[in-house]
Write a protein that binds this ligand. Structure first.
Ligand SMILES: CC(C)(COP(=O)(O)OP(=O)(O)OC[C@H]1O[C@@H](n2cnc3c(N)ncnc32)[C@H](O)[C@@H]1OP(=O)(O)O)[C@@H](O)C(=O)NCCC(=O)NCCS
Length: 186
């Protein structure tokens, strides 16, 4: 297994966003293996095995070369992996897309909203991106609410815009421009 070549760590009031490591594998497998998480994600294998976590960690190195950022979410109050938030750069290199999930025991405590706000700050202030997008499968209102609370704007729905297990689902797109984000107070 390769070493992960990112050392960017971000901080919020309650969270540390740090590079994922091999030590996270048991938690990744446990939390990502829960269908309540996996079935909302379009690219996450299900059922989720140890080999998937190993393969995913190995793939991060390539993602980082592309300029992407991948963070494990950890609480300051209690060490340990609780979820993932990532920024994937688009080919224009001045815009990107965020994605996230947290383990079910940590839902509804405001953690992903807090993490997303910081990743938007990082994207605009530290990386100088001009636009960040995010999207969810129709019906995943919790994810849409997280985007709204981080001040991303609803854009449009792409009918049949994403595929999961051979079925097409509508894709709900959100986004925010750097200028809008700054204008509204960063
Ligand atoms: C969607 C998800 C990331 C939300 O994370 P979270 O840390 O629980 O979200 P927050 O606590 O920051 O909540 C933000 C808002 O969403 C609402 N919310 C969170 N989970 C919810 C749920 N299951 N049902 C309805 N609303 C929900 C919260 O009530 C809050 O809104 P409010 O302040 O108006 O009450 C988490 O449920 C998850 O990982 N789900 C599975 C994977 C997934 O869907 N990833 C996103 C794919 S696009």
């Amino acid at each position: 297994m390769k070493t992960i070549a990112s050392n960017i760590t971000l901080e919020t009031e309650r969270l540390i966003l740090r590079p994922p490591t091999r030590a996270d594998i048991p938690d990744i497998v446990r939390y990502a293996g829960d269908p309540r998480v996996a079935l909302k994600m379009t690219r996450m294998p299900h059922p989720y095995h140890l080999g998937h976590a190993v393969e995913w960690l190995d793939s991060i190195e390539e993602d980082l070369k592309n300029g992407d950022a991948v963070f494990a979410i950890e609480r300051k109050s209690e060490p340990g992996f609780i979820g993932i938030i990532s920024l994937e750069l688009r080919s224009d290199k001045c815009s990107g897309d965020v994605g996230y999930w947290v383990g079910v025991p940590y839902w509804r405590r405001g953690y992903v909203t807090e993490a997303l706000r910081e990743v938007l700050r990082y994207s605009f202030e530290d990386r100088g991106l001009l636009y960040v997008g995010a999207w969810h499968m129709t019906g995943n209102n919790a994810s849409g609410r997280v985007m709204q609370k981080a001040r991303m704007k609803f854009e449009h729905i792409v009918r049949g815009g994403c595929e999961r297990f051979g079925a097409l689902h509508d894709r709900v797109n959100y986004g925010v421009f750097a200028d809008e984000w700054r204008f509204e107070g960063g």
